[in-house]
Design a protein around this ligand. Sequence first.
Ligand code: SAM
Length: 239
Amino acid sequence: MTTPWKRKEVIGDQTLYLGDCMEVMPTLGKVDAVVTDPPYGMSFKSNHRTTHHKKIANDDNVLLLEWCCGLDADHSKYIFCRWDNIYDIPKPKSLVTWVKNNWSMGDLNHEHARQTEVAAFYNGNNHFFPNGRPQDVIRCARTDNALHPTQKPIDLMYSVIQWTSGVVIDPFMGSGTTLVACAKLGRSGIGIELDPDYFDIACERVEKAYQQTDLFVAPPENTDIKRNQINMFDDGDAA
Ligand SMILES: C[S@@+](CC[C@H](N)C(=O)[O-])C[C@H]1O[C@@H](n2cnc3c(N)ncnc32)[C@H](O)[C@@H]1O
């Protein structure tokens, strides 16, 4: 039996797929929560970094952002994008703003120095706020993007994931920050990544997350963590 993914890794309560999310997602069945940071259609390239990364796959394609805004999630969707992507996506219920400790260069003469990124929030049919009504601002420091050119901070993902319920799916996993946060919070997650190098980084980070004890986040109850690798041509269910 062939599968729409090239590799599948199960690490603790996290399942990681190497493949194209548009092919893998339809095989996963019911979705509780989507938390993701898709390519924004910006052809991201920074001239200000000491670490040089390869180009992000599909970063010239805003259709992927539109596609994940349209996914059917029972509880909620939080989809990171830029403020000006608001014209590309369906009207969200809220726009959550991440305030960073740095700002973009952009047009130095005619554009305000941008210190924020946003996530579009869509509530599903069975949405509720698990820990009371949250504000729409998160303040936290950016990362140094050592592992991925658009690596999200783990503290940012802790906040967002705690607003969701059920299994968290990140179809554009990158270096795996969403799943690392899920592992630390004792939540189940599913991640999909197209690029094999970023997929490997994500697997390593998730494995390490289960090995480390963290003072600030409640550790997962199950400490007996196993890692299983399943290759594309193995028999078995695709999910
Ligand atoms: C903005 S980055 C996510 C970074 C992530 N938040 C992190 O902290 O590392 C988007 C990722 O989506 C991946 N990607 C692009 N097209 C994809 C597709 N069709 N299926 C799965 N992943 C895809 C890219 O390779 C990239 O790593």
